[in-house]
Design a protein. Structure first.
Length: 455
């Protein structure tokens, strides 16, 4: 068993003390009691790292340093062989400065802490249970790097040179404003990026590695005031990165109107384009001439809820919405590059090509002339009737043709590049209206003929 330990307070008087042990219930057995003085020593900010060896079960280590009011220090634990434990910094009155920090073999860092008063502070190492082993302590002067950053202006590049050091950049913004943060030139292996509201509470955060990325708040800034970006390396990591703060590219789209080309020329920059739609309307979005290596495209309703999303690369594609627009009002197309990518993209917003078909009528030519556009055709069917959907004269490189029941359940479908192909014959369950959809691959345009053959 792992055993345990008790951390006693400073003994109040000189004399004989008694340790009382009372097994729970009817348990019996044996154990070893080890009573130890705390290891004591001194550590100096920016001085040499101090090796600590805890060889007795239950023993703690207490290392002191002199600090001044307003001084910022951070603490690094490395070369740890103790299985797990906690480290804390104690103020001159013995109360903790900040929260306990857990550590294990990977080590740990206590982020920069501002000393509230001048005096003697303590670094306390407290292994869990009865664990023993080694740890190396390094105490740093680690003042936060402070500065300003402006929306859509010059970038800033903080360099964090000691473990536990952070960078804080402030900017002024107005309620309702959208912002994004691009992160490039990153040499820190792992960092947490946070956006703090004027009251200091967190609005958004993300973790990035050396490949960079972006911080994209899911909501507009809630109030007018000074916001803060915090760069906080994870663990013992140090290094630098470049921050670019941007407002999104904005504009409008028109259903079945002219295509719109947007340019995202700054890492982390996004685009928000709005359009007006009606309840029950079916829409689709073509994505062509894409210069961004990877992007996420979403359709948001009036509340900001995502109705559909997709990811596209330089081959382009389409955002297909599986349901009609739920309400009449303004909708938003959100374009977010993956990572720090920049480039252009053309958006084509369309209503579906639609009409009705009749069973055993002649093949109906269907033309899809806009990038990303799809087709939706209906027919009236009778219960127990056998139906085959025939596609002929297909001019698409690849197209998906699907048959749906009145309740929207897929009943038959095929994706093909063949000039002529059929869907599997099905038996209609009810007398009602059935739907056939036509979805070209990527953002293809072209034509096809459809025929509903009944028996």
């Amino acid at each position: 068993m792992n055993g345990s330990s008790i951390d006693l307070v400073e003994l109040p008087a000189t004399g004989a003390y008694t340790i009382f042990f009372d097994p729970l219930s009817t348990y019996t057995g044996s154990f070893t009691i080890t009573v130890s003085h705390e290891l004591e020593g001194a550590i100096v900010p920016q001085g040499s790292a101090v090796p600590v060896t805890i060889s007795r079960a239950g023993q703690n280590a207490r290392y002191t340093f002199s600090g001044n009011s307003g001084q910022a220090v951070s603490l690094q634990l490395s070369d740890v062989t103790i299985r797990s434990g906690y480290v804390s910094i104690l103020k001159p009155d013995g109360s903790p400065l900040g929260q306990l920090t857990s550590f294990a073999h990977a080590g740990a860092v206590v982020d920069a802490q501002v000393l509230p008063t001048s005096g003697t502070y303590v670094v306390l190492i407290d292994p869990e249970l009865s664990y023993t082993g080694n740890v190396k302590l390094a105490l740093y002067n680690a003042p936060d790097l402070l500065g300003n950053i402006m929306i859509d202006q010059m970038t800033v590049t903080p360099t964090l040179t000691v473990p536990g050091q952070r960078a804080l950049y402030t900017f002024n913004a107005s309620a309702g404003q959208w912002v994004n943060l691009g992160l490039t030139g990153v040499s820190i292996a792992s960092s947490t990026l946070s956006l703090l509201k004027p009251d200091g509470s967190k609005l958004a955060s993300t973790t990035i590695g050396s490949s960079g990325g972006s911080l994209d708040p899911a909501m507009a800034l809630p109030e007018t005031g000074a916001y803060t970006i915090v760069v906080d390396p994870v663990g013992n990591n140090t290094g630098s990165m470049t921050l670019a703060l941007s407002s999104p590219v904005t504009g409008t789209l028109a259903l079945d109107g002219a295509p719109v080309t947007l340019s995202l020329n700054k890492p982390g920059k996004t685009a928000r384009y709005t359009f007006n739609g009606n309840a029950g309307q079916w829409v689709s979005l073509g994505l062509t001439a894409v210069g961004l290596t990877s992007s996420s495209i979403s359709l948001l309703d009036q509340s900001g809820t995502s109705l559909a999303s997709t990811t596209v690369g330089t081959a382009g594609g389409a955002l297909e919405i599986s349901n009609p627009l739920p309400t009449t009002g303004a909708y938003t197309v959100l374009v977010r590059p993956g990572g720090p990518y920049t480039g252009n993209m053309t958006l084509t917003l369309s209503t579906e090509v639609s009409d009705s078909l009749k069973i055993n009528a002649a093949p109906r030519p269907i033309m899809i002339s806009r990038a990303g556009q799809s087709g939706r055709y209906t027919f009236s069917g009778t219960a127990n009737q056998q139906i085959t959907i025939k596609a002929t004269n297909n001019k698409f490189d690849s197209v998906a043709v699907n048959l749906y029941t009145p309740s929207g359940v897929l009943q038959a479908g095929a994706t093909s590049s063949a000039s002529n192909f059929n869907l599997n014959t099905v038996t209609l369950a009810t007398t009602d209206t059935y739907t056939i959809t036509i979805n070209p691959a990527l953002a293809e345009t072209g034509s096809i003929q459809l025929q509903v053959v009944g028996q």
